[in-house]
Write a protein that binds this ligand. Structure first.
Ligand code: S3P
Length: 431
């Protein structure tokens, strides 16, 4: 499904009803990768619909894996690590840093050469964070800027198990290292300074891979692979955040998001919004491949300001929370936010620009941002080519009476092409 170049939203109507969100992007990337290194067919229903996950699937096909989709069920015909073949083309990761970083770990251990590139945003994003720890295992990775930027050249080969202390918590880097460690002889220990999202551990433990969690920031991995699995991908919590904020700030709203991933490392935005006074309830209903799944119920109401530490568990939800802050009474502070500057866009800069158009006070610092909320007003927004900035703008627009335009809406297709259609259906303005 494609998204229009620009989008006009007629806001003001309450957001009411139920919604099943597209599958979680983080789980979808991993389901494809882990399915590819298992020997046999894994079946994945409800894979994330955007271009990012398609980039991972395309790269795996170029590595010789058969991935096919029938009626919403994707079958990954895994060939084990040894079944992967040298790609005859450059692997284009599009806009997806997750694809590039995780694949780099996988390919570091394969006995062939791979070249990875991406779009104009991705080739400017930091890759040393994944290349440097992989090099301590013996990986040969080169790239622009002395190996720090894509295109990356990975000359795969034998890897050595070692003990790695990461300088920053990162779900992507940890996953790259796990994929490398599964190919190394011996035991690799990975220690992070703080917890990062743990889908990799949960999914690999549940599918029988030799990975052992020591505590919430360290794990041990020995050589081996997962076994094939069946998975219904739960709804994406990062996409949920945008609908939750839209419902909270649009009077008269009452929304139920069904079958959402409720991993504690992904739903901290709920706690932040509850602290701001929002009425949100979580109901866990299931566990799938080690992941808690359930519903999120939300009703509209006034918000107050808060302080948000922008660590890994919440970093992707800051654009949605920044809109909530614009509608809240008082000054909300987003701190420890330096990582925001190296996302799909410099999100401190792009949020500062877009929120300022609402007439609210925004102050940006190198690693922080404050938003003085109050009485925001309608505006014409720009996505800056960033899917989450596009959706943050749509959420603000949905709360105002009358029409607002979002220039560059097309960027939303990276992760959730049908977002505008789903929003329109819930406000009664859809077809
Ligand atoms: C992700 C981890 C986070 C997140 C990204 C997806 C993952 O990035 O921002 O969108 O799936 O592991 P970092 O690994 O850079 O923290």
């Amino acid at each position: 499904m494609s998204a229009p170049e620009d989008l006009v939203i007629t806001g003001g109507a309450p957001i009411r009803g139920r919604l099943r969100l597209p599958g979680c992007k983080g789980i979808s990337h991993r389901a494809l990768l882990f399915g590819a290194i298992a020997e046999g067919d894994s079946r994945v229903r409800g894979l994330a619909s955007g271009q990012d996950v398609r980039s991972t699937a395309r790269a795996l096909v170029a590595l010789g894996v058969t991935v096919h989709d029938i009626d919403g069920t994707t079958t990954v015909a895994g060939r084990g690590f040894d079944g992967l073949v040298e790609p005859s083309t450059v692997l284009d990761c599009g806009n997806s840093a997750t694809t590039m970083r995780m694949l780099t770990g996988l390919l570091a251990g394969r006995p062939f050469l791979s070249v990875l590139t991406g779009d104009a945003s991705l080739v400017e994003r930091p890759m040393a964070r994944v290349a440097a720890p992989l090099r301590t295992m013996g990986a040969r990775i080169d790239g622009r800027h002395d190996g720090e930027r894509a295109p990356l050249v990975v000359r795969g080969g034998a890897l050595t198990a070692t003990s790695i202390r990461l300088p920053a918590a990162s779900g992507q880097v940890k996953t790259a290292l796990v994929l490398a460690a599964l190919q190394a002889a011996g035991t690799t220990e990975i220690v992070e300074p703080a917890p990062s999202r743990d889908h990799t551990e949960r999914m690999l433990v549940a599918s029988g891979a030799p990975i052992q969690r020591i505590d919430d920031r360290s794990l041990r991995v020995t050589g081996g692979a997962p076994t094939p699995f069946d998975l219904d991908v739960p709804g994406d919590p990062s996409s949920a955040a945008f609908f939750v904020v839209a419902a909270v700030i649009t009077p008269g709203s009452e929304l139920l998001l069904e079958d959402v991933l409720l991993n504690p490392g992904r739903i901290e935005f709920v706690e932040v919004l509850q602290r701001m006074g929002a009425h949100i309830e979580l109901h866990q209903r299931d566990t799938r491949l080690g992941e808690p799944v359930g519903d999120i119920a939300v009703t509209s109401g006034p918000l107050g300001a808060t302080v948000v530490d922008c660590h890994e568990a919440i970093i992707d939800e800051v654009p949605a929370l920044a809109v909530a802050a614009a509608f809240a009474d008082g000054v909300t502070e987003f701190r420890e936010a330096a990582e925001m500057r190296v996302k799909e866009t410099d999100r401190i800069a792009t949020l500062e620009q877009e929120l300022s158009k609402l007439g609210v006070g925004v102050e940006a610092r190198p690693d922080a941002m404050t938003v003085r909320g109050g009485a925001p007003r309608r505006a014409t927004f720009d996505s800056h080519g960033d899917h989450r900035i596009a959706r943050a703008a749509a959420v603000a627009a949905s709360a105002f009476d009358g029409e607002s335009r979002i220039i560059g809406w097309r960027a939303a297709a990276v992760s959730y092409p049908a977002f505008a259609d789903d929003l329109a259906r819930l406000t009664g303005s859809g077809t």
